[in-house]
Design a protein around this ligand. Structure first.
Ligand code: ATP
Ligand code: MG
Length: 252
């Protein structure tokens, strides 16, 4: 059975894309057939996977404007078990048009119907907003994974997200679950430990065991267009994302 997980929180720069890319790659390393979909119009996952515009033949905008079947937008990656649907919303005009289409909440769900069962996991990288593309992603998801930047606990973003999920359950996806809250950019210092404890007090039932350490190697790997497991598999960051993949596989 296939599992669809959206990586989502209404806060920018907290590690959503880094997590979506590196989790998807780590699931693929564990030989789980995985599809990564980028629904962020300004998404940077293409850079992180080494997809320059000339390598992108179709993407999420063709799916949302209903001009192509999703199979045309699926790209093979360097990893045998990882496929990829890029975000190719690359001009203001397209962005505006596509946003209109994404008001229809079930476009992505319908698009995934025929291919869903070919994958063990489908990971969706969301923009930092709670409407349009994100609602499409959440409508078709089984669960959401919530990255939180350690030391900058965005508790109001979390509260907003939980409120939004209540609405989602009422309106478009009654069975959406929380896969977990993931601490990203973690360092063993006092502030981090205090904020981890605070999160533990409020959201302990959702907090994942894995923490992603702060490491410039994640930036460096992205610069070279590779998930960290293909750039430096024995680094702490790569091990953490492999551990996260293991934690998610064993939960499911
Ligand atoms: N564990 C980490 N250690 C160090 N830097 C990190 C880590 N995770 C992410 N970063 C860096 O933080 C920046 C923001 O990360 P990312 O793009 O994944 O965030 P995002 O939540 O997807 O942002 P946006 O909302 O703009 O899409 C990037 O430069 C990324 O390389
Ligand atoms: Mg992002």
């Amino acid at each position: 059975m296939s599992k669809i997980i959206s990586v989502c929180i209404p806060k920018g720069g907290v590690g959503k894309t880094t997590t979506a890319v590196n989790l998807a790659a780590s699931l693929a390393v564990a030989e789980k057939k995985t599809l990564l979909i980028d629904v962020d119009p300004y998404g940077s996952s293409a850079l992180a996977l080494g997809f320059t515009p000339d390598k992108i033949k179709a993407g999420i905008s063709d799916i949302f404007n209903l001009s192509k079947n999703i199979s045309f937008a699926i790209h093979k990656t360097e990893l045998e078990f990882l496929d990829y649907v890029p975000s190719n919303v690359n001009s203001m005009i397209t962005d505006e048009k596509i946003s209109k289409f994404s008001d229809n909440r079930v476009i992505l769900k319908n698009a995934l119907k025929d291919i869903k069962e070919s994958y063990d996991f489908i990971i969706i990288d969301c923009p930092p907003i709670l409407r349009g593309f994100t609602t499409n992603a959440i409508t078709t998801s089984d669960s959401i994974l919530i990255p939180i930047q350690s030391g900058h606990l965005s508790l109001d973003a979390l509260d907003k997200l939980f409120e939004y999920l209540e609405w989602v359950r009422d309106v478009c996806n009654p069975t959406i679950q929380i896969e977990g809250i993931l601490l990203t950019m973690y360092e063993e210092d006092k502030v981090m430990q205090i904020s981890a404890r605070e999160l533990q007090q409020r959201y302990s039932q959702y907090l994942l065991n894995t923490k992603i350490p702060f490491t410039n190697l994640l930036n460096e790997a992205m610069f070279y267009g590779k998930p960290l497991c293909l750039y430096n598999i024995s680094s702490g960051g790569s091990e953490a994302y492999l551990k996260l993949a293991g934690e998610i596989i064993s939960k499911n």
